[in-house]
Design a binder for this molecule. Sequence first.
Ligand code: B16
Ligand code: MG
Length: 218
Amino acid sequence: MVFQACIFDLDGVIVDTAAHHFVAWNRLAEELGVPFSHEDNERLKGVSRVDSLEYILRKGGLILDPATKLKLMDRKNTHYLQLADQTQPKDALPGVRDLLHELRAKRIKIALGSSSKNATMILERLELLDAFDALVDGNHITLSKPDPEVFLMAAKSLGANPPECIVFEDAQSGIDAARAGGFEVVGVGNASELSGARYVIPGFEGRTWDHILEGFNP
Ligand code: B16
Ligand code: MG
């Protein structure tokens, strides 16, 4: 298999902002009187802001009008930005910056495929915006992962077909999305918690493009 392109998820693959999402959703859930656990946060990885709010409202048995939901999402995002705004270049997950530079040098196309509407700001803070040939994020899509829309748009922006692309994903919803779109997927995280990826790596530290390819021909 000759791969033409790589598509990276953001949260959990390039930077670990899951802890910020947890603090922000937890604050909002507390305000609403709904219990919110780390397990809930795990389930919301890769899930859009609106679908995450719906999950919390369902959990609390709350039915709210659309205007109130918008206000709550704004409030959660304000909580989130207070933390995420402090992201610095050193916060890029170990090894990912080197791999992005290597891919660029090898003329492998690179896209972002993230559910987050804050993706551009985070990449700016990480000083990684220039490392990508295309960005597709929560501002461009109508369907949340596990729908493949975000990855299909990313592949299209790169002029690549899904089977020619590797998607790197830390969330089960993202792995399911990539597979539904016909992509090869490398999971990032704990192999015992992720299913459906071609293989799972704990992170990018010390991993070159050759190492990634070896995983497809073990
Ligand atoms: P925002 P990813 C996802 O990013 C996060 O994993 C998920 O927890 C978050 O709810 C979603 O982005 C929306 O984020 O509120 O910033 O638009 O993993 O797809 O890069
Ligand atoms: Mg993620």
